[in-house]
Design a binder for this molecule. Structure first.
Ligand code: GCB
Length: 616
């Protein structure tokens, strides 16, 4: 008996752990080869936010010459809006002048800053001067939280590079290019929608352009902690595991990992590898959950570099039709959210904006938010950690991407990887979604399967999902997408009573779901204009939306294995597709809260359901 028990224990605990450890050592360097600096908030930075001069350039004349050749690829490398003449202003024949041009706030979309730019899709040039006193033995990086969609970045007239993808961070090292004293950064931002981009030309949200998230000059030691992951082991919450990655040539011998509140302190030896994995037993961890969003100070340090983070520890997995948070079955009381401030009509810019949105979700009784349909601001995830909201994170693989184009796949994969890399230490993130309402067909199935595989390689400690669609036949909504077999959840959007069927008949509708997995309804909803009242059968009234929510709840409660929902959507949001002159005016009205912050009747219906909902 003893032997059997010992062997079992050994296999379970040490051998599996060892295998994981070894796999990590070999796999992680390749997987995380994109060397984004982790946790910018914990770094020494010079903020480059503020007012930037801008030039609207619909013909891209600052980028292309009259033969349509890019200036930055020409032999002289001059002539564009980025070059040194911008600074010197010597040539009076120049037909632009940054320094006398108006300014835009950064971070922020341009659309909400000038009426002229509200519907603008094209190129805008940004320029900002800054002064820096260079220090010896330091490295310098220009880091952008997000620029939508394509960014060409130039420092002092020299091109640093290009980034595509409107919601993910990127950086350029400028150690050898930055000058002691005055410098200037120029960014050409292009938010033109393109068929082969991610997302593609067709979405149901505003195509906000600009430098929408923070810009920082990050100053690091010559060798520094560039990345790290500190989490509980999936198979054993008494084990702390992860990795620390360095950038630079003079690697320290050890890195210290400290969690003072747990009296946890370990020196991890580096063995002259830039990346080191670790795994240690850990005791008395109070796990993170929506009821108790406990975060610990975690400090990683070497003799020359210290990084502090606040990290929550929890496990998440599925078992049959249950979702287990810290080994306990949970129900996801959720709501979907766009990265938009309905009151200010633009992207969420500050912690204050984001706190407003998440506090509304808390007021609704949520323990879960679906941050649709793209990577949200890093601050939003930090707040979700702090407020105790579980998160569904997503990428803009939305509707009809160019499934057959390998470059489109690369763009999707890059956005997926950047989001996972950035937010992997956030306890709140429990689900990585690979897309929304994508149409079943062979090329798409393969595209999506590869994305799922990518998530599993990068982060096997969270759930993988996608918002699938239903196929309606008579009174039955079928969920039978071949992608479902690779996912951890049976998660789908269904718009019974709005895009199909009607509200009165909802009690007769049924769902036929092909997988034995936890069911999460990622969207349902109805449009309603706040303040418009009538009987429950009058479309666009608050009463009709509330009626639909009541009947949806009754209908969904009958689904076996229902483990959560994130109805569409917390607040009304702007969309060029929504043209009704009375009820919409460019607003998608499915919000539970209006653009002036008023709660509609359906808000209270869902709130009541969540307050009474218990897991049976
Ligand atoms: C959906 C989409 C969402 C739309 C919503 C709607 O299925 O996923 O992005 O905004 O429907 O309102 O039609």
């Amino acid at each position: 008996m003893y032997k059997k028990g010992f062997f079992f224990e050994f296999m379970n605990r040490y051998l599996l752990t060892a295998v994981f450890f070894i796999l990590n050592m070999f796999l992680i360097p390749n997987l995380f080869s994109q060397d984004l600096i982790q946790n910018i908030d914990a770094r020494n930075t010079l903020s480059l936010n503020g007012r930037w001069n801008y030039i609207i350039d619909p013909y891209q004349m600052g980028y292309l010459d009259y033969r349509q050749q890019p200036f930055d690829e020409s032999e002289s490398g001059t002539g564009g809006f980025f070059d040194n003449r911008v600074q010197e202003e010597k040539d009076e024949r120049l037909e632009y002048d940054f320094n006398q041009s108006p300014t835009l706030k950064v971070p922020a979309d341009w659309n909400s800053q000038s009426e002229k730019l509200e519907l603008y899709e094209g190129t805008i040039w940004y320029k900002r001067d800054f002064t820096v006193e260079l220090l010896d033995s330091k490295r310098y990086f220009v880091h952008f939280g997000a620029v939508n969609y394509e960014a060409h970045v130039y420092l002092n007239g020299e091109k640093l590079g290009v980034h595509k993808g409107g919601f993910t961070p990127f950086q350029f090292e400028v150690t050898s290019k930055i000058k002691d004293g005055d410098n200037f950064l120029v960014v050409m931002v292009d938010n033109t929608r393109k068929k082969d981009a991610v997302p593609t030309v067709n979405t149901d949200w505003w195509n906000y352009g600009g430098i929408t998230r923070d810009v920082n000059l990050v100053i690091t030691p010559e060798t520094f902690i560039s990345d790290y992951k500190v989490q509980l082991a999936q198979h054993d919450p008494n084990i702390l595991q992860g990795f620390v990655k360095f950038d630079g040539n003079n690697l320290p011998k050890t890195v210290k990992i400290k969690i003072p509140e747990l009296q946890f302190e370990k020196d991890v030896e580096l063995h002259s590898e830039a990346l080191v994995s670790f795994e240690y037993p850990i005791k008395n961890v109070e796990t993170w959950s929506p009821d108790y969003p406990k975060l610990y100070d975690v400090i990683l340090s070497t003799t020359s570099n210290t990084i502090a983070d606040k990290i929550g520890f929890r496990t998440i997995k599925t078992q049959g039709q249950d979702i287990l948070l810290n080994n306990e079955s949970i129900f996801l009381k959720g709501i979907s959210i766009h990265d938009e401030n309905p009151l200010a009509e633009g992207r969420l810019r500050s912690y204050g904006d984001m706190r407003m949105m998440l506090m509304w979700a808390k007021e609704l009784g949520c323990n879960f938010v679906r941050l649709a349909h793209y990577t949200h601001n890093e601050k939003m995830l930090k707040l979700a950690d702090e407020l105790g909201l579980m998160v569904w994170a997503e990428i803009p693989v939305y509707w009809t991407i160019s499934w057959e184009n390998p470059e489109t796949f690369e763009l999707a994969e890059a956005q997926l990887s950047a989001g996972i890399k950035r937010d992997k230490n956030r306890a709140s993130v429990i689900i990585w979604s690979v897309g929304n309402e994508t149409p079943v067909k062979p090329a798409r199935n393969e595209f999506m399967r590869k994305l799922v595989e990518k998530v599993r390689q990068l982060d096997s400690s969270r759930l993988v999902a996608a918002a699938l669609e239903v196929e309606v036949e008579g009174n039955v909504a079928k969920v039978n997408d071949p992608l479902g077999q690779y996912l951890d959840l049976a998660s789908f959007n269904e718009y019974a009573g709005w895009y199909w069927g009607n509200v009165e008949d909802m009690s007769e509708y049924e769902f036929s779901i092909a997988y034995d997995k936890p069911v999460v309804i990622t969207e349902f909803g109805a449009g309603a204009l706040q303040g418009f009242h009538g009987d429950k059968n009058t479309i666009w009234t608050e009463e009709h939306q509330a009626y639909l929510y009541e009947n949806q709840i009754k209908m969904l409660e009958k689904i076996e294995g229902l483990r959560g929902m994130s109805p569409w959507i917390l607040a009304d949001f702007r969309s060029p597709r929504r043209q009704h002159p009375v009820y919409q005016n460019f607003w998608n009205r499915k919000g539970l809260i209006s653009e002036s912050g008023q709660k509609k009747k359906a808000f209270h219906v869902l709130k009541k359901y969540y307050s009474e909902k218990e897991l049976d």
